[in-house]
Design a protein around this ligand. Structure first.
Ligand code: LRH
Ligand code: MN
Ligand code: MN
Length: 424
């Protein structure tokens, strides 16, 4: 489904006066408003191809209909999101859930929607129908070198797909680990995984990054071979300068201080990128900012601080990706909400008075330091986020426009009610 320019123009026209009134405070009172708006315009968040369909849980799946059935339809959905918010100009693919049949044609379709390809993901956590050897007991850590070889070859194949599409990074997430004490020799599992990763690393083009994603639990519930940021950091350090840690917000043990992890990884030049989502219990993959918005803000506060300290470009020097999927929402509405929540946290972090914060810290003025952060967090930045969208050619209220166009009904008409997007 295409968003027609007159639909966008009508929508913005109707909301313009009210928007200008809200924006007036910013243009009158905030000296920094222009800088923040420009940074927001530049900031793009990649949409995962696997989030475009209803996620489901292991207890059931309640499809909403009109889901994309092919890679072209997935790109069309991300294209629609990007036309609405002008902040979703990238897609992250998962192989073999997404196999580009014709890379040139796929690239052209992506370019038509203004999309680029963010990190490509390998999948050695499931057995595919035509696969010779099973990953039941792991992939890169497996006791059998033939299984490890198969998993390595798959990752190299994913790099090849990525190169053909113009992607610049490979994300490796492993479900490898063990379910019971005694099952695994931890040291051997680590060494085998490292050796396998070294073979994959050796196949990386020189301008590529390798993201090592960690996860504390699930599907293995006793040990995970890349179980925390420390082990990911260790693998990445041993692999070399093109390897980095990827932080998925849902992959920690409860109450982990993610913002401190982010600060440390940035300081050590080993932070590669993010999978944004939110959670109350585990890897819940809920909408970004829906449960712990203050945590999201604190993470962005460390990102802005740490990236500025190293002179990094906020928009391009890290991989910004969403990793969320849902059973009860329209996936496209949910993704619009996630993108906006991320932009809000980013804008609030840009508002922090860093000089004052450092002064308060140096003076051990705990209350003042806390007030400075909370002052930024409690600021309603939605008008400048909307202004950034407007200037970039998007909608003042993407979700409102999406609903007013009855998009889901249209997609169901085009694609049918009983659709299952490939993937999770
Ligand atoms: C694992 C994970 C990882 C996978 C995705 C489908 O929980 O976060 O990033 O690739 O989910
Ligand atoms: Mn993830
Ligand atoms: Mn996950």
């Amino acid at each position: 489904m295409n968003l027609e320019s007159f639909q966008l123009a009508d929508h913005n026209q109707r909301l313009l006066d009210a928007h200008r009134r809200k924006l007036a405070y910013w243009t009158d009172a905030v000296a920094d408003a222009e800088r923040i708006i420009q940074k927001l315009i530049d900031f793009q968040i990649a949409i995962p191809s696997w989030a475009l369909g209803t996620g489901g849980t292991r207890f059931g799946r309640f499809g909403g209909g009109g889901e994309p059935r092919t890679l072209d339809e997935k790109m069309a959905d991300v294209g629609l999101l990007h036309a609405l918010n002008r902040a979703s100009g990238a897609i992250s693919l998962h192989i073999p859930w997404d196999i580009p049949q014709d890379a040139d044609a796929t690239r052209q379709t992506a370019a038509h929607y203004g999309l680029r390809f963010d990190a490509v993901n390998s999948n050695t956590f499931q057995d595919q129908p035509d696969q010779a050897l099973s990953y039941k007991f792991g992939s890169l850590q497996h006791v059998d070198p033939a299984v490890r070889r198969q998993a390595i070859e798959h990752n190299i194949e994913v790099i090849r797909h990525g190169v053909a599409l113009g992607s610049k990074a490979l994300t490796v997430w492993l479900s490898d680990g063990s379910c019971f004490p005694g099952q695994l020799n931890f040291r051997k599992a680590f060494s085998r995984t490292l050796e396998s990763l070294q073979d994959i690393y050796a196949a990386l083009p020189s301008d590529w990054k390798l993201f090592v994603e960690y996860k504390a639990f699930e599907p293995n519930f006793y040990s995970m071979t890349v179980g925390d940021w420390g082990s990911s950091f260790l693998y990445a350090s041993k692999l070399g300068p093109q390897a980095y840690t990827l932080v998925d917000l849902g992959h920690h043990l409860p109450n982990a201080n993610i913002e401190q992890i982010v600060a440390t990884l940035l300081m050590e030049e080993k932070l590669g990128g993010f999978h944004f989502n939110d959670s109350k219990y585990g890897d819940d993959d809920l909408t970004a900012g829906s449960i712990k918005p203050y945590q999201l803000f604190l993470i962005f506060n460390e990102l802005v601080d740490g990236m500025d300290a190293r002179g990094m470009n906020h928009a391009t020097d890290l991989g910004w990706m969403i990793d969320a999927s849902h059973n009860v929402k329209d996936p496209l509405e949910d993704l619009l909400q996630s993108v906006e929540a991320i932009q809000i946290a980013y804008a609030q972090a840009l508002l922090v008075d860093r000089t004052a914060l450092e002064e308060a810290r140096e003076a051990n003025d705990v209350v003042r330091a806390q007030e400075i952060l909370q002052d930024a967090f409690r600021t309603d930045v939605r008008p400048i986020v909307a202004e950034a969208r407007l200037r970039a050619g998007g909608a003042l209220q993407p979700l409102t426009l999406y609903r007013s166009l009855d998009t889901r009904t249209q997609l169901i008409r085009e694609r049918g009610l009983k659709t299952v997007a490939t993937g999770l």
